[in-house]
Design a protein around this ligand. Structure first.
Ligand SMILES: CC(C)(COP(=O)(O)OP(=O)(O)OC[C@H]1O[C@@H](n2cnc3c(N)ncnc32)[C@H](O)[C@@H]1OP(=O)(O)O)[C@@H](O)C(=O)NCCC(=O)NCCS
Length: 241
């Protein structure tokens, strides 16, 4: 857009360094506490280690997600496509205060969960995925990010929504989550209903979810050999869902 200046100017052109634009596009981050890493024992005895994904792992994760999103069952396509864009948003710094957790079994990528902070109080759940079926890995990943929100980040509310029947069944129904009036409240994932958990409801009820669902809890005292075994993440050779 152009308008003539209402005054004589000594320079009619101003050149910008893109590094001056970047702070306007990114916004300052809230410096959130990191996820410390935890293990959980699956029903079949395997140990899954849940840690933060490393930024340099993002390209490999996106390549794998491209393959996962070709699966046209159980909503892996839409969730895969959205997860791809969220990993890219994190990688290119176009998501506000994101966190990205991966569940690894002996280094192999088995589960995914991510979200972002709207502010100090509200944690927006984005997506959870089981990349290996049958072990309730997705249920664990979602619980883990909610645990992170309430127990480590000190958030007051958890805002989620559901694209798939399995997701709604696991957490909307499985955690008996109420929802806010719709369409007054809309989740950023397509304007769907906002299902929520408050800190009070987490403390009174939801905190027990993973013990009931999997029969074990998150363990934060992680032996160094488990950390080492999962230091380098491998994606499965093929899509396993
Ligand atoms: C939603 C999701 C994360 C739940 O993962 P999960 O808790 O590990 O559970 P699964 O969906 O793999 O399995 C659900 C049930 O169906 C069974 N099942 C479904 N497909 C299966 C398969 N291919 N092989 C083995 N079991 C299967 C599981 O054993 C399980 O039974 P259970 O309730 O007795 O444990 C997972 O279904 C997923 O990643 N879906 C696509 C992405 C998605 O929808 N994410 C959530 C967005 S709202």
């Amino acid at each position: 857009m152009f308008l003539d200046p209402p005054e004589k100017v000594s320079q009619t052109q101003i050149t910008l360094d893109v590094r001056e634009i970047e702070p306007l596009l990114q916004g300052p981050s809230m410096a959130i506490k990191p996820w410390p890493g935890a293990t959980i024992t699956l029903k079949d005895g395997r140990i899954m280690y849940i840690r933060e994904a490393k930024l340099e792992e993002a390209p490999m994760m996106m390549d794998y997600m491209k393959k996962v999103m070709e699966s046209d069952h159980d909503f892996y396509d839409i969730v895969g496509a959205r997860v791809y864009s969220e990993i890219l948003g994190w990688y290119r710094k176009r998501l506000k205060d994101p966190y990205t957790l991966v569940g690894l079994i002996d280094g192999q990528w088995a589960g995914f969960a991510n979200g972002r902070l709207f502010n100090e109080d509200i944690n927006i759940s984005l997506h959870s995925m089981a990349l290996i079926r049958g072990g309730r890995i997705g249920a664990i990943m979602y619980y883990t990010k909610a645990y992170y929100a309430f127990e480590i980040l000190g958030n007051e509310e958890w805002w989620a929504t559901y694209e798939s029947y399995n997701g709604w069944h696991r957490w909307g129904l499985g955690m008996a989550q109420p929802s806010y009036p719709w369409p007054e409240y809309q989740h950023e994932l397509g304007g769907a209903k906002v299902y929520y958990v408050t800190k009070k409801y987490w403390d009174s009820t939801v905190k027990n979810y993973v013990r009931q669902m999997v029969g074990s809890d998150l363990v934060f005292n992680v032996p160094p050999d488990i950390v080492k075994r999962n230091e380098i993440m491998r994606v499965p050779e093929e899509v396993l869902v």
